[in-house]
Write a new protein. Sequence first.
Lengths: 255, 255
Amino acid sequence: MPEDREVHVYLLPELVPSGRLVNGLAVVIDVLRAATTIVHALAAGCCAVRPCAEVTEAQELANQMRAGRVLLGGERGGKPLPGFDLGNSPAEYTPKLCKGTTLVLTTSNGTRALLRAAEAERVLVAGFVNYSAVCEQLRHDARPIHIICSGTEGEVSLEDTLLAGALIDYLCETMEVKLDDSARLAWDCFENHGRVLDGALEISKGGAKLRSLGYDDDIRLAAQVDQFALVPELRRDPLRVEVGAVGIVKSHWPK
Amino acid sequence: MPEDREVHVYLLPELVPSGRLVNGLAVVIDVLRAATTIVHALAAGCCAVRPCAEVTEAQELANQMRAGRVLLGGERGGKPLPGFDLGNSPAEYTPKLCKGTTLVLTTSNGTRALLRAAEAERVLVAGFVNYSAVCEQLRHDARPIHIICSGTEGEVSLEDTLLAGALIDYLCETMEVKLDDSARLAWDCFENHGRVLDGALEISKGGAKLRSLGYDDDIRLAAQVDQFALVPELRRDPLRVEVGAVGIVKSHWPK
C-alpha cells in the first residue's frame, strides 16, 4: 500500500520552516489579489510574470527590458504605484495590453510568498479562478504538497485559508492524505465558508480594505471559481512565472 | 450604542505585532499542556506559578527559593527534565505535593506565550478545564480581547485554535463583537471539532506527540471541560501566575 500523501498548510509565508520545501511541490495562494491577477495576466497573453519583492527592484528590472514589451504592475497598501503601467486589479490586465509582454510585478503579500516558495522543486500559483486546474496538477504529482497562504500584511487571511481548505477538500476526496493541524483548520474554514464565497471574501480583512478603496469588482472577480483552466508555474534563470499547464477534465468545486 | 468589542486571535505568539497588546486583555491558551497544568497546580494548592523561558533560568530561580516551599516543574520535547521535581502532566500536581508551594515552571510553548502576553494590561490563562470561568471574566472586562494560542513547536495547533474558537463562540453569543480573520478561522474550527473534543485533541500534532510518549491520560485530562472554576491571572513584580478569580454562574459550554 502506498504511503499517505503528506500535505502541509502554512497560514503565512513566515511560518514555513527553513528548508522544509526542498523536494516538495509548493502551491502559492494570494486570492486578493496577486494570484488572481497573475492568472488573468497570463490568460490575457502575458508571456511571463517576473515577481519582485521591492518597488525599486521592479522599476530597475522593467527599465532594463525593451520598452513596449514590458508592463510594470503592482501595488502598496492596495493602491497603484506612481509611474507604474498598471495596479493589481485583475480586470486591468486586458489582452490588448498584455499580449506578448512580460509583466514585472511587485505586491505587498503575494510576491513575497512566491519568492519564499522558490525553495520547492516545483511551484504553482493558485486562485479560486483556476481552482480545478490546480487540483489536477496536485493529483498528478507525487511530491509532498506544501500550500502557502500569503496572508494580509503579516496577518492570517480568511480568503487564502479558505482556498487552501478547498484544495484540502479535493485532496481528501481523491487520495489518502496525512494532514497537519493547519490543513485541518483550513478544511474547517472551507466547510463553513465555501458555499458563501463572495460573502467570505467581503468580510475578510483584505476584502474590507479593498472595498474601502473602491475595488469591489476585484473581490467579485477573485471569487469566479474556474474562470480559467491554466496553472501558473515558477521557472528559473531568471525566476519567472509562466503558464505551466492548461486544461481541466472537469470542475472539482463541490456542488 | 456602544461600539462592538474588538476580539483578536493570534494562532501563535510570534504573530502578535509588537505593542498590540498594550491596554488590552490577553488570554493565553496552551491546552497541551501548560495552561491545563497551571490550572491543576493552582487548584491543588500552589500559591503561585513562576513562568521561566529557559531551563537554567528555572533552575536558578528555584535554587534561590526556600527548599520545601518550591516545586521545579516543566518539560522539553514533552519529557520531564533531569533534576526537576515534576514534569508537565496535570495529574502529577496533587494537593499533597502542591499545598503552600510556589511552582517554577518552564515548558516548550506555553511559558513563552505567557511571557509574550505580559505586555497586556491584564493576562488570563485558559484551558478547556476552566473554560466557563474564563468566559465570565471576559464578559465583565471592557478591554479589547487578545486570545493568544501557544501552538506546538512554532506550528499552529488544532487544540489551541479549538479553545480560541470556543471562546469566540461564547463572545458572539453574549455581545456584539468585531472579529479578525484568525478569530473567524478559530470559530470555524470550533464549529467542526467542538463536539468531538477528545478526538480532536488526539489527532492534533501535539496530541499525537503525547500519545507517542505514553501521555494519553494528559489528553483526557485536558479535555475535561469546566473541571475547575478558577482563572489563573498574571501578577507583576515578580512576574507570576496566581488565582485571579474563582467561581462560575453556570456552564457556558454549548450543549
